[in-house]
Design a protein around this ligand. Structure first.
Ligand code: GMT
Length: 376
């Protein structure tokens, strides 16, 4: 059955926007009609699809409003699109504000459309601690027809923090395998001045404090004492200056290459030997999956959904939060043993292409849409 699906996400660079956009593209390829309803064009929507439409939410700052009313403008646009295009499903990413906007839009448009809400992490793990928002998040979850979370850990945290009277299903994130695969991009090593004998460690994030990028620098500092290596820092955000200052203080600024935001990540993963993701909050860690799909083993913290993505001792290692010494020990062991590295790399590739394959995840979402349509 072909469906008409509205998708709302924050379309800026970030895991939830990436997943929502890739989902829309893949559903369109399966013949569904997709309507993105968001404040700007999702940044990964870089190709023409005859069955993908984009409806822009205009947020006007009339002087009558003290703050521009994004939520109301979105709900109003959702209701308009639901009615005009006869949407079957509104799939919203984030409980607040998006699920709450969808509930309003559903009421405004005659209560026919079904709401599927996907929780991504920060909506629960950060906002869920704010007592002034807990009831609103609970309302958004309970009034949705079906709710999903991107890891078992996030689902559990949602029950612990918000206690909604609603089943939440885990549907893991996925990537487009056509974009993420190992490529021959060794020329980049020359261009970045990486010597043949040097190993490459990579970290990709939005450099917010929860990503603990200073721990990445500390772990790399210990790693490069034993193994000649370069660290690629990819992304941008509030902690960049502090992080680069730390690299300078430790005397390793020559070995730390800050690349800023980049598009062709598969090429960077393809020249990398190891990825560090040492966050203090992480509901899934999409970059882990991207790296694994390019054959890169990962070291992550024992936090949130990270241990559901990395299999400790098989596709990488799990270390305690802040334990940079163990991170470095594990990294040195892996980077100095080519046979072990090869085994981890193959296992990472296999895991990315089986348990998290886009076909599997897409089928789960399609089943969820059918379940939502059957809900009263
Ligand atoms: O990582 C971020 O800070 C961005 C955030 C977002 O909302 O896009 O990412 C969250 O959703 C991603 C996609 O589901 C997950 O892979 C990230 O782990 C999650 N971030 C956190 O939980 C901090």
């Amino acid at each position: 059955m072909k469906l008409k699906i509205g998708i709302t996400c924050y379309p800026t660079v970030g895991g939830s926007g990436v997943v929502a956009t890739e989902l829309g593209k893949m559903l369109a390829e399966k013949g569904h009609e997709i309507h993105f309803i968001s404040s700007s064009l999702p940044f990964r929507l870089n190709k023409m699809y005859h069955n993908i439409y984009y409806h822009q939410v205009e947020v006007n700052s009339y002087s009558v409003f003290q703050y521009p009313p994004y939520d109301l403008a979105l709900a109003s646009k959702m209701a308009e699109v639901v009615k005009r295009e006869k949407l079957d499903i509104l799939h919203v990413h984030y409980a607040i504000p998006h699920a709450v906007c969808a509930i309003l839009a559903k009421q405004m448009s005659g209560n026919e459309v079904k709401i599927v809400t996907t929780l991504h992490g920060t909506d629960i793990t950060v906002l869920g601690h704010d007592p002034s928002l807990t009831n609103l998040i609970k309302f958004g979850i309970e009034q949705s027809d079906v709710v999903t979370g991107v890891s078992d850990s996030l689902v559990q945290q949602t029950y612990d923090l918000i206690a909604p009277d609603k089943e939440i299903k885990t549907v893991y994130n996925f990537i487009d395998e056509r974009d993420y695969h190992k490529s021959d991009s060794d020329y980049l090593k020359d261009e970045y001045g990486i010597k043949d004998e040097e190993k490459v460690v990579i970290h990709v994030s939005n450099f917010r404090s929860v990503k603990r990028v200073k721990d990445v620098i500390q772990a790399f500092y210990l790693t490069q004492k034993k193994i000649p290596a370069k660290l690629l820092l990819v992304g941008d955000g509030p902690e960049v200056t502090t992080v680069l200052n730390l690299a300078k203080e430790l005397g390793i600024d020559e070995s730390v290459l800050f690349l800023g935001k980049q598009d062709n990540l598969a090429e960077l993963y393809s020249i990398s030997d190891l990825l560090y993701l040492l966050s203090e909050k992480e509901s899934f860690g999409l970059v882990l999956l991207e790296a694994m799909a390019c054959g890169v083993p990962c070291i992550g913290t024992d936090i949130g959904g990270i241990p559901e993505v990395i299999i400790d001792g098989e596709t990488g290692y799990i270390c305690d939060l802040g334990d940079v010494t163990t991170v470095a020990e594990k990294a040195i062991g892996l980077l100095s043993d080519p046979a072990l590295h090869e085994r981890f790399s193959k296992a990472a590739l296999k895991r990315a292409s089986t348990d998290f394959h886009s076909d599997t995840i897409m089928s789960q979402y399609e089943a969820i849409y059918m379940e939502a349509l059957e809900a009263n």
